[in-house]
Design a binder for this molecule. Structure first.
Ligand code: FCB
Length: 452
């Protein structure tokens, strides 16, 4: 058993985090272009202006992907690069860039997985209300149509949105990501509703204008829950807590079910309709239908999880992490079991083939005296996590895994201080070095995870 013969071993990136070339070549501005320029927003004042200069170096990067043996590559299109004003005039240079990228991937037998929205809201649309403006449903739909028309002759797999939890929660509630707003809670529910409707509209447009049968999914995130023991009580507690909602309303976006139930099950969770009643926009039957436009697979970004159990008093509780609990450089806990239990619970609830659309870690990687980048922590982390994923693959339908990230890149508010890549990037020279983990991953891919 284990991973299926055609298991999709991949790696992921996103546009603003790697491309560079943010000005010129016809690109419009998006909210991150603006946000990063203001002092105090990004650690050490970094911006994505140059990033990994992937815009110019994508051929070299694809060669490295080939060397690692990747079967698939998940990347995103910068909306403002192809539609500088978000709607209307098309920037043919932007289209040409992604078109060449796709051709080069296919030439190297790497399957492209295209994400429509990994957080680059065109600034022109932001000024018109962005996600608050109901028109965004059609704006996003028109963008999806363009993508289908131009790329679906060669791209067969699409994701609509990456992590709505983050771009609404961090961008508009906590104000830690672009555009840096702390909006009233009510506004963010309104936005979330438009976000989900825009997802549905994009699914319709991709399907309608695709030039061949396409597979469409979604890539939300969430902290998974896993049981402390294998008793039925603990397992049930973990399942319930994974799909439960935050009572602290300023944290409301951090959950799975508000974002995924309407898409996969056709309705918002009952618990939330009660808990958040005071903040909700009008939700019509038509909205519900649009949001639930059928998709083909379920993607989920999974980095870590919480260990939970049935407490002594018969109440579910989180198990406190012990002092010195393992963590990654960015301080996220190392909890491999989240991949096994997360995949299982998600599959059982949503009944769609699963792709892990992101998973990985940052390390304090440096170039050693021998000129190589030794990252035993990454290998250890991935071995533990993939072992758990393999266990899950024995039981539920898991189709693919995308390592975050192909290469070190602009880690949003943390700038370049966090290194998540299989490939080391020296930002002074743009030199790339395959880390030890890239060679390790190559072996895993070659053996289809046999030794895990
Ligand atoms: C996810 C994002 C991705 C990257 C990783 C580390 O939340 O989708 O762009 O920043 O975290």
């Amino acid at each position: 058993m284990g991973f299926s013969k055609d298991f999709v071993w991949g790696a992921a990136t996103s546009a603003y985090q790697i491309e560079g070339m943010t000005q010129g070549e016809g690109k419009g501005e998006h909210i991150w272009d603006i946000y990063t320029k203001e002092p105090g927003h990004i650690l050490e004042g970094h911006t994505g202006d140059i990033a990994c200069d992937h815009y110019h170096r994508f051929r070299e990067d694809i060669k490295l992907m080939k060397e690692i043996g990747l079967k698939a590559y998940r990347f995103s299109v910068d909306w403002s690069r192809v539609l500088p004003e978000g709607v209307g005039a098309v920037n043919e240079k932007g289209i040409a860039f992604y078109s060449e990228l796709i051709d080069e991937l296919l030439k190297n037998e790497i399957e492209p997985y295209l994400t429509l929205y990994h957080w680059e809201l065109p600034y022109e649309l932001y000024k018109r209300g962005g996600w608050m403006n109901p028109e965004i449903v059609e704006w996003f739909g028109a963008y999806a149509k363009l993508i289908a028309e131009r790329f679906s002759d060669r791209v067969r797999h699409f994701f609509t949105l990456n992590e709505p939890q983050c771009f609404v929660g961090l961008g508009f509630l906590r104000g830690e990501h672009a555009p840096g707003i702390q909006a009233p809670i009510r506004d963010t529910f309104e936005m979330a509703h438009q976000v989900l409707k825009a997802h549905g509209r994009a699914v319709q447009m991709l399907r309608q204008y695709a030039k061949q049968p396409v597979w469409i999914g979604y890539a939300p995130t969430g902290s998974m829950c896993y049981p402390e023991t294998d008793t039925p009580e603990d397992i049930e507690v973990a399942r319930q807590m994974l799909f439960s909602l935050q009572t602290n309303k300023r944290n409301w976006t951090w959950n799975v079910s508000w974002w995924s139930d309407p898409v996969l099950l056709g309705h918002y969770p009952e618990e939330g309709l009660k808990l958040y009643e005071a903040y909700l926009p009008k939700i019509t039957e038509e909205d519900r239908k649009l949001i639930a436009e059928p998709i083909d697979f379920y993607g989920q970004n999974i980095y870590n999880g919480r260990c939970v159990r049935m407490g002594k008093e018969g109440k579910p509780e989180e198990v406190q992490r012990y002092a010195g609990f393992p963590k990654t450089a960015i301080d996220w806990p190392v909890t491999p079991k989240c991949l096994y239990w997360g995949s299982k619970f998600l599959y059982e609830r949503y009944k769609k083939p699963i792709y892990i659309t992101e998973n990985g870690l940052s390390c304090h990687d440096t170039v050693s005296l021998d000129g190589k980048v030794h990252d035993p922590n990454r290998i250890d982390f991935l071995a533990r996590y993939l072992h758990e994923l393999k266990r899950a693959a024995d039981e539920v339908d898991i189709r693919g895994y995308f390592q975050w990230s192909l290469m070190d890149n602009f880690e949003w508010a943390k700038g370049y201080t966090e290194r998540f890549g299989l490939i080391y990037v020296d930002y002074r020279t743009q030199q790339r070095i395959l880390k030890d983990s890239a060679f390790w991953y190559r072996d895993i891919i070659q053996t289809n995870g046999e030794g895990l």
